[in-house]
Design a protein around this ligand. Structure first.
Ligand SMILES: [Zn+2]
Length: 329
């Protein structure tokens, strides 16, 4: 991973991506990865077209706001390496899966012969994942030990961080509004090639943080205060908080906001209280939707050729259905 950060090369292309259940739209600069490097932002693997954030066909691939990158029905089939290959890594990974499932939202399900898209958990030479469901059948999530990487070696929290990427969640410290909360110190980065670690997702038009929830300096998905391997002077930080003198990030557990973000993205527990007749997107499928009936969600399907428009609350032509503007799923 460290090597990946050092050799990552960016080709900056203007790109409009991002669709969502609300109004938010982002203009993202697509990050192309050259043939000699594998990672962006430290641990994100490019898709099959060589892009981290977006694709040439205009489909959004960035993160939780694109229903095409979400796992259908909030279910993630997975296969995992043999326990005999590395007992410690195996049991830590299973512990991480149990912790993800315990949120009570997305469920990772072990399948020996998965028929759908699935996560292939492998022992590799990086701790890394792709961003969201790639719709390519098998996609790897790689586990390894990161030597000399304080607080991010082989531990269950670091593995959970990768599972969150596989669900479509990006880095908290690269949110469009991050400069209000943290300060990057580029002068202390080893070289400019490391700046992509702090690549910022740039909003297009009015930025509404409603769907992102509050900025969370303690998120499992936030850079930690201890990224010394990127620093010219390891005694000095490369990122500091502006409003909080405490620690940034951690690799122990999901925060309450991490869990809340997962539930919103995957429409878990949405039909509460008097939320009657409200509709919510069905994760990973724009033809389906949930309608609330006395506290319980019922799955509905739009007629042929139509996608759900969560804004108007009706099935609509795909081009008018907000969540599917760039999506074919
Ligand atoms: Zn990451």
């Amino acid at each position: 991973m460290i090597k990946g950060i050092c050799c990552v090369i960016l080709a900056v292309l203007p790109y409009i991506v991002m669709c969502n259940p609300g109004d938010m739209r982002f203009e993202i600069e697509a990050v192309a990865v050259d043939e000699f490097s594998q990672f962006s932002e430290g641990d994100l693997v490019a898709d099959n077209e060589g892009y981290i954030m977006s694709s040439l066909d205009g489909n959004t691939k960035i993160s939780q706001w694109d229903n095409a990158r979400i796992w259908p029905g909030a279910k993630v089939p997975y296969k995992i390496f043999d326990v005999e290959d590395d007992e410690e890594a195996y049991y830590l990974t299973m512990y991480a899966i149990d912790a993800m499932n315990a949120v009570g939202c997305v469920q990772f399900v072990n399948e020996t012969d998965p028929k759908e898209d699935y996560l292939n958990i492998v022992l590799g030479d990086s701790l890394s994942s792709q961003l969201g469901n790639q719709r390519t059948g098998a996609q790897n999530l790689s586990i390894t030990r990161i030597e000399n990487w304080p607080n991010a070696g082989l531990n269950s929290g670091s593995i959970m961080h990768e599972f969150m990427h596989s669900l479509g969640f990006g880095h908290e410290h690269n949110r469009p509004d991050r400069d209000t909360y943290v300060e990057i110190h580029p002068d202390n980065l080893i070289n400019s090639d490391n700046e992509p670690y702090f690549f910022k997702y740039i909003p297009n038009g009015d930025f509404n943080t409603e769907n992102l929830l509050d900025y969370d300096v303690h998120s499992l998905m936030h850079a930690t205060s201890f990224i010394k391997t990127l620093a010219v002077d390891p005694q000095d930080p490369v990122i500091t908080g502006k409003n909080d003198n405490g620690y940034l990030g951690q690799r122990n557990d999901l925060t309450d906001l991490d869990k809340e973000r997962m539930k919103i993205t995957y429409s878990c527990g949405v039909c509460t209280g008097d939320n009657n007749d409200a509709i919510f997107r069905y994760p990973g499928d724009c033809k389906k939707y949930y309608i609330c009936d006395h506290g319980k969600p019922t799955t509905m399907t739009c007629g042929a050729g139509l996608h759900i428009n969560t804004k108007s609350g009706a099935c609509d032509w795909p081009k008018d259905a907000g969540c599917t503007e760039f999506s074919t799923y």
